[in-house]
Design a binder for this molecule. Structure first.
Ligand SMILES: C[S@@+](CC[C@H](N)C(=O)[O-])C[C@H]1O[C@@H](n2cnc3c(N)ncnc32)[C@H](O)[C@@H]1O
Length: 217
């Protein structure tokens, strides 16, 4: 049975979701709200073990973290959300001047929703034309050679994270460039800090930010 504290937490969360999340979706013509457990997201059993359900982040928390990235001109950067789900974070990023915005999601159902959202998204004259939702396991993602802002809101556990970070490390060795990693409600900052050249630039209760430089910058 749930404790009174649990019930209060869920009631508050529900009220917040109704107001803030629904406001975001209505004003952007998208459907990014609502948690989706892995069993409803159509994830194969073999892939469930090290994965987290879809819980959309609060737009205010995503914005707060992205405004803190140590980048002067975002238009030179590609934004990547690993575990993009229905696309909440990619549509928040779409409102910042990133050159392009990529969401990587391994649930076909969630990916389909985020693709529909990319078609219907519009806000203050912007469309989702530079937003690319990809249906892919993060462990198989090929990093583009652009400067990157990589955002993660606890999409998976440590084993998957290590595969993704090893691939990032290899990509940085091959194509040195400025890469920023943003962790929302961070749980794996210690792993990010192990990527060669990665330095922590900021840590708050809600986010941690790391960066690696190209040798000549
Ligand atoms: C906590 S939600 C993140 C939601 C979104 N990024 C945001 O900030 O609102 C985690 C998401 O990661 C996805 N996910 C989990 N493991 C994954 C993997 N190996 N590759 C791609 N997506 C994954 C889940 O399906 C889920 O949609």
């Amino acid at each position: 049975m749930r404790s009174a504290q649990d019930l209060w937490f869920h009631a508050k969360r529900h009220a917040r979701e109704l107001v803030e999340d629904q406001w975001f979706d209505r004003t952007r013509h998208v459907h990014t709200s609502g948690d989706v457990p892995l069993r409803l997201a159509g994830i194969a059993d073999a892939e469930k073990a090290d994965s987290e359900l879809y819980v959309p982040a609060r737009p205010a928390n995503i914005r707060e973290a992205l405004r803190a990235v140590p980048v002067r001109d975002l238009s030179e950067y590609t934004f990547i959300d690993f575990g993009s789900g229905k696309g909440r974070a990619i549509f928040v990023a779409a409102e910042m001047p990133f050159q392009r915005v990529i969401g990587v999601e391994f649930s076909a159902r969630l990916h389909e929703q985020s693709s529909r959202n990319a078609q219907s998204y519009r806000f203050r004259g912007k469309t989702g034309s530079h937003v690319t939702p990809l249906h892919q396991n993060a462990m198989r993602f090929e990093f583009p050679q652009d400067p990157l802002v990589i955002y993660m809101f606890n999409p998976f556990g440590r084993a998957t994270m290590q595969v993704v970070l090893d691939r990032l490390d290899a990509s940085l060795q091959q194509h040195p460039r400025h890469v920023v990693v943003v962790l929302l409600w961070p749980r794996c900052g210690d792993q990010v800090a192990q990527v060669r050249g990665m330095q922590q630039v900021c840590a708050t209760r809600r986010h941690e930010i790391f960066e690696a430089f190209a040798p000549h910058t």
